[in-house]
Each structure stands twice: as C-alpha cells, then as structure tokens.
Design a protein around this ligand. Sequence first.
Ligand SMILES: [Zn+2]
Length: 305
Amino acid sequence: MKNIVHAYAGSPLDRAGTKRPDVNWIMKQIEASNARFLPFSDLSVLISETESAPDRLLWLSGADISGNNIADLGKALFLGLDDQGAAKFAVQLDPDKDWSDLGTIIDLRSLALNGTIAPGELAIAGQAKSMLDWHKQHGFCARCGTADHISDGGYKRTCPNCERMHFPRVDPVAIMIVTRGDKCLLGRSPHFVPGMYSSLAGFMEPGESIEETVRREVMEEVGIETGYVKYHSSQPWPFASSIMIGCIAEALSDEITIDPKEIEAARWFTRDELQLMRERRHPEEFTIPFHFAIARHLIKAFLDG
Ligand SMILES: [Zn+2]
C-alpha cells in the first residue's frame, strides 16, 4: 500500500544535500549551460501558457537571466537536480517592475486550483516559494542583528559576525477530522467560502506530541474530548511554510461548544451528508474543501471507512 502524495508534495528533484554545502559546486551549477531558473514576482510564480500545454513553470536559462538583467544569479536558491542532472534554482524578480511580457504571474493557490500543472512541478513551485519567503524575512542574524548571507545553496543563512547558522523553518500544523461512530465533526472559519466545512487545525506548540496538539486543538475549538488519534498523511503547505500533519481523532463526547474567536461554526455530519457535500449535492449547499487540500482526503478516508 502506498502513501498518498498530496498537492505540493512529490517533487522529482534530487536535493543533493551532501553536495550543496560546497559553494564551488553551487557556483558551477549556476554557471552550467543546462541550469534552469524559476522566476517569482514577489511570491507568485511565472508560468507559460500555451493551448497545447497549459500551466507549465517558466524555466529560464542563466543566459536569459543575466543577458536581460532579470535577476541576481548570486542570490539564486538551489532547488535540486533533475533526472538529467541539470540544476534547478529559484530567483526573485524585482517586484516593482512589470514582468507580464515574460510570462503569466500566478499565486500558488490558484495554480493548484486550476489543476492543470503537473504535480511534480507544483511541488517544485511550493518548495521554491517557501524558500524565497524565508530568505525574504531573514536578512539579519536573529542573535546579533548583523546582515547574514545565503549558504548551503539557500538551505542556511550564516552570520559573518557571530557565525550563527540559521535554517529555513517549517511550521508543523496538526489538521484533523473528529469522528464518533457514523458521524464526523467539521468546522468553519470566517474566511472560508460560503457553505464550506473543513477539518479543524492548529499549530503545534513546543513540548507537544502530534496527538497532544490534536487533543488540545479539538478541546479549544469545539470543547470535545478526544481519545485515540491516528496519523493519516502529511502535506507541505507553502503558505508560508507549513507541514500539515493529517490525523483522525476519536471523540469521547458529542456536545459541541465552539470558541467563536477560532471558528464560526462546527457540527456533526453523517456519512450520507458528507457524500452529498463531496458531490456538491447537499440540500443546504454545504461543501468540503477542494481536491488539493489534505482535509478533503481526511474526509474521504472517513467515507471510505
Ligand atoms: Zn550573528
């Protein structure tokens, strides 16, 4: 039995973790004629769209980039090697310039929602976005405040003053459906599209196991005690850089008491109702999240027993 590969996961690239700390190796990859660079404007990626091949990442050569003064190759972030051994990088464009002649600028949620990009390319774009975002926010050493610099191809920033190393962060989020017999509890945040119900979720805190986060979040958001917590699957979520840890928790009680600061509604749904929501046929027009969200797959796991 294979694990589910969610949207934004399943990159085909080899991250070359043992090679990329060598700055000479990285420079050689940047200068190689087969190296390709993925441009981002702010945190949206550039794609090319043709009728025969919709939504493909716009990979530029080093000559394209430096010949047209598109970006600083010295700040390119290494993403990995493709199956031909060619290096792939992410680069940041000047957000104050108009890049619409170069390609279509699209945010990663819309790109996933369109559903026409190859899953491996979506994963690469997600990796690139999370990395660019982290570098954008971490120009200075958190210990001494000195401007720090990219090292390890981008998987580190090093402070030239105190030599402290800083690593790109990934924020773990527990995301869970709560079940009790034939029913499943879902909730709504105020920012959801009308009618949509989804799994509860919350950031893990220091000193917590995944199952403890699940039990605490469910208690805080809907006032329900949960017992056994089962791990389902996980999904990298590039907004900004989370890992969604999907779980199914067994409720020990029924009565819902929502925390209105966290969610606006929560309720139990039967399997029949969820099936209608999945098919967008629910009489009250309730729905569940889109195909690219792990929440949908947790609900599907419950429906499939
Ligand atoms: Zn420092």
